[in-house]
Design a protein around this ligand. Sequence first.
Ligand code: 5GP
Length: 116
Amino acid sequence: MELEPTIFDKIINKEIPADIVFENDCVLAFKDINPQAPVHVLFIPKLRINTINDLKDDQAQIIGELFLAARDYAKQITEDENGYRVIMNCNENGQQSVFHIHLHFMAGRQMQWPPG
Ligand code: 5GP
């Protein structure tokens, strides 16, 4: 079944602009349009996976690639030692709004816990 494209497919295909901060064969990272921290970047796989629930056992590498890219970005912007937060939302209770998995990377301020 053909999946309805999301806004992230359009960003991957460069059909709509985004402030891209990192790209390789597997991962694209760009600034969130509605930032919740001084640094708020979304790391997404180029492969469409709707939610964490849809991950297949042989796709662990993709999740690893997202984290490695986030790790390198934190070091690049020199926020690695200060610290940062990564979040993945899933479905309604997790407040997922774009159904293409993505890692939120937030830095540049003191985070609070619990996140609400
Ligand atoms: P979710 O709510 O699914 O966890 O996160 C989706 C994120 O995508 C939100 O933080 C939202 O601000 C961001 N977003 C939605 N549309 C766009 C867009 O067109 N461009 C960019 N850069 N971010 C977007």
